[in-house]
Design a protein around this ligand. Structure first.
Ligand SMILES: [Fe+2]
Ligand SMILES: [Fe+2]
Length: 325
């Protein structure tokens, strides 16, 4: 019997081994199809073990979350008890971060960003210091998202969520720092998009959409050339709208051609955008609705491993209504 990481487990559609708990009880049998519900149930098990049973099965990474699996998922979830003590990102932290960002003037040109780069580093370090020790206390996504919609709350939300996912995936400290900075700067290319488009953006207008898409390219150039930050950080700006199946932009990259860092920021960026845009949606009323939607999209847009880590972090049973976060 060998210890099994959750990441390894989540890579399988059909199990090529049996899974046991610490006491040796069988949890899942080799040959079983993994559903999101079964996977999420295993988050309550501290150590998992696998026993290989040579089975010639499909080991593909390609998860598709069918409706019935999502149904199964809902039925299997237990109620999570939430108390005020569970709230991880407290008001003091939110005030501190807003204070750091309030020092930023309007960013119109890369030179403005360059002059204020130390503010972004301060924000990154402040967020890291606050968020790192909190990983095991998180119960629901609504605890870790900034509720106030002001100038930089999207960037801060995406950074906080991305750091937490990166920690959950046990990435190195230096990588987590790059992800945090890349998440804070992922939309920086929008400073060069004409205001007429950013303020009146209409996603159904093809011209608006193609101009807006340029923010990925522009962001990469600002981070790489003007700010002279790392390629890994710049790639986050370039790739955060790419999708696992190749249907994203700017290059239509797919799978492993998209960096792990960009994939993490992509999941968190989508989540935050879904929350922000939920007012104009009839189907999205709670965090749970959004997580369900993201699971339905599944591997078409996201790396399954990252999506699962995110859903684990932000409990699927988070029924808090979106107008309260
Ligand atoms: Fe973006
Ligand atoms: Fe964004």
């Amino acid at each position: 019997m060998e210890i099994l990481s959750f990441q390894e487990l989540s890579r399988h559609t059909v199990l090529p081994f049996s899974v046991y708990n610490q006491e040796g009880s069988l949890l899942l049998k080799a040959g079983e199809t993994l559903t999101p519900g079964k996977l999420l149930r295993l988050k309550y098990v501290s150590v998992l073990y696998k026993h290989d049973e040579a089975l010639d099965l499909d080991l593909s990474l390609d998860f598709d979350f069918e409706d019935e699996q999502i149904q199964d998922f809902e039925e299997e979830e237990e109620e999570v008890v939430i108390t005020e003590k569970n709230i991880v990102i407290n008001n003091r932290f939110k005030k501190d971060i807003n204070h750091i960002f309030s020092k930023l003037p309007e960013l119109k040109e890369p030179a403005d960003v360059k002059n204020k780069l130390s503010v972004f580093f301060d924000a990154r370090d402040r967020i890291l210091a606050e968020v790192e020790p909190a990983i095991n206390k998180i119960i629901r996504a609504s605890d870790i998202r900034m509720p106030v919609e002001d100038k930089f709350s999207h960037e801060i939300n995406v950074a906080v969520l991305s750091i937490l996912v990166a920690q959950k995936l046990k990435l190195k400290k230096s990588e987590i720092e790059e992800i945090a900075l890349g998440a804070l700067l992922h939309d920086i290319g929008k400073i060069k998009i004409p205001e007429a488009i950013t303020t009146n953006f209409n996603p159904n207008n093809a011209q608006h959409e193609s101009i807006m898409q340029l923010h990925t390219h522009i962001g990469y150039n600002i981070i790489k050339d003007d700010l002279q930050l790392s390629e890994n950080t710049a790639r986050i700006a370039f790739e955060h709208h790419e999708k696992n199946d190749g249907s994203g932009y700017p290059k239509g990259k797919s799978g492993e051609l998209i960096s792990l860092h960009s994939q993490i920021v992509s999941v968190c960026n989508h989540f935050d955008n879904f929350v922000t845009n939920a007012n104009s949606s009839y189907e999205l009323k709670s965090v749970k609705d959004i997580l369900k939607k993201m699971l339905n999209i599944g591997s078409k847009w996201f790396f399954p491993n990252i999506l699962y880590s995110f859903v684990h972090l932000a409990s699927y049973n988070d029924t808090k209504s979106l107008d309260k976060i």
